[in-house]
Design a binder for this molecule. Structure first.
Ligand code: 13P
Ligand code: 13P
Ligand code: MG
Ligand code: MG
Ligand code: MG
Ligand code: MG
Length: 364
């Protein structure tokens, strides 16, 4: 029987402002998942990245299962109720609908899932981000699964030497395409280098074995209004035919710039942190990412290991602080502020509306 790992997340309210989830909410969610263990799910772990509540679940029901999605939805609704009582900030923020209809997709929460036959030993890494968009994973997934200067196994491990298949979603036109690496890596990069539109959804081994799965939901496109950033999650399998654990996390030592941060409207450095530092503070950020490592054993989650709670990542954190100062110095100017095309999904159009009658045509 196959094991499914489901990571379903939502921002259901936080304190103060958009900085972190409340411990009462984490406790309640963990308790509800515990109650479901042995019934709907096998095992669970609850954590947060910034203001996003992260439900990690294992079960045998496959992806897109109604019972699993309803369990998550009901927990988010109940937690949002508690958040409302405490008048937490943005209580119920990511819950766009109120009637569950079989699947949380399109309703606000982010979802990454994968179903697989457990190997003799199955290390799984779960990445969770705050203050950024799903395309933030693109750079890292390329480095992990397609860059031989990053993942040495692509060159020296015969079980990885044939490369991987990437599925890319166009979140604007709602279409998908697959590319095989290494032979189509330039074509893949032509798309995923524009991460606000083209987002890697899955990576497989060339024989079809699942390697990575991400959440691709774009909240503002679904809601048709500004509701913060998507704050995506990602599941990656490691070792024995996949990149090793160290090859999966090493790319996060590079401080790349991602879209999100303050008011979902700025570029900022993506800072890997331990769970104890997974709170978005300075200018509501900088955007952060945590990684929890588990061994999946007959559906049990052995762990977690807090992968970025490690001095080996101190330097990138310092570099992120430096980049943060450099970008913040731009104030309201691009490229700190997102491009106008991206600003369409923020609160800026509301400001422009106030001046629409004051513009005059230039003389010929
Ligand atoms: P160990 O000798 O510590 O098991 O290391 C094996 C390995 O392949 C590390 O990448
Ligand atoms: P979140 O998507 O994390 O709620 O961020 C919203 C925001 O406006 C931060 O400044
Ligand atoms: Mg929020
Ligand atoms: Mg447990
Ligand atoms: Mg958030
Ligand atoms: Mg958000």
């Amino acid at each position: 029987v196959k094991t499914t790992v489901s990571v379903i997340k939502a921002d259901i309210g936080s304190f103060p402002g958009h900085s972190r989830t409340h411990p009462k909410i984490l406790e309640l969610a963990a308790q509800r998942l515990k109650e479901a263990e042995g019934k709907i799910i096998i095992d669970s772990h609850v954590t947060h990245c910034g203001d996003d509540l992260e439900l990690i679940m294992t079960h045998t029901k496959g992806e897109d299962n109604e019972e699993i999605h309803k369990l998550a939805w009901d927990i988010f609704m109940e937690c949002a109720g508690v958040a409302k009582e405490m008048k937490l900030y943005g209580a119920g923020q990511d819950l766009l609908g109120d009637a569950f209809s079989g699947n949380v997709k399109g309703m606000g929460p982010g979802v990454a899932e994968m179903e697989f036959e457990e190997r003799g030993s199955d290390p799984v890494l779960i990445f969770m981000a705050d203050k950024t968009e799903p395309g933030a994973w693109n750079y890292f997934l390329y480095k992990i699964f397609a860059d031989p200067f990053s993942t040495s196994g692509l060159v020296i491990d015969p079980s990885m030497h044939q490369g991987f298949t990437f599925e890319v979603h166009d979140v604007i036109e709602k279409r998908r395409i697959r590319f095989n690496t290494p032979e189509e890596s330039y074509s893949l990069l032509a798309y995923i280098g524009a991460p606000s539109r083209y987002v890697i959804k899955y990576v497989w081994k060339r024989d079809g074995t699942i390697a990575a799965s991400t959440s691709t939901q774009r909240l503002n496109l679904m809601a048709g209004r500004y509701v913060g950033k998507d704050d995506p999650v990602m599941i990656v399998r490691a070792q024995s035919g996949f990149p090793s654990v160290g090859e999966v996390i090493d790319p996060f030592r590079t401080p790349i710039l991602v879209a999100g941060w303050m008011r979902g409207s700025h570029h900022g450095p993506f800072m890997p942190v331990g769970v104890c530092d997974a709170n978005c503070t300075q200018f509501d950020g900088p955007p952060r990412v945590i990684c929890l490592g588990f061994q999946v054993s007959n559906g049990k989650l052995i762990g977690p290991a807090d992968m970025f709670d490690d001095p080996a990542f101190d330097r990138v954190r310092e570099q992120c602080c430096e980049l943060s100062s450099m970008l913040r110095a731009h104030g309201p100017f691009e490229p700190h502020r997102l491009s106008l095309e991206e600003m369409e999904y923020t609160t800026l159009p509301g400001v422009e509306k106030q001046f629409k009658d004051r513009w005059e045509d230039l003389p010929e």
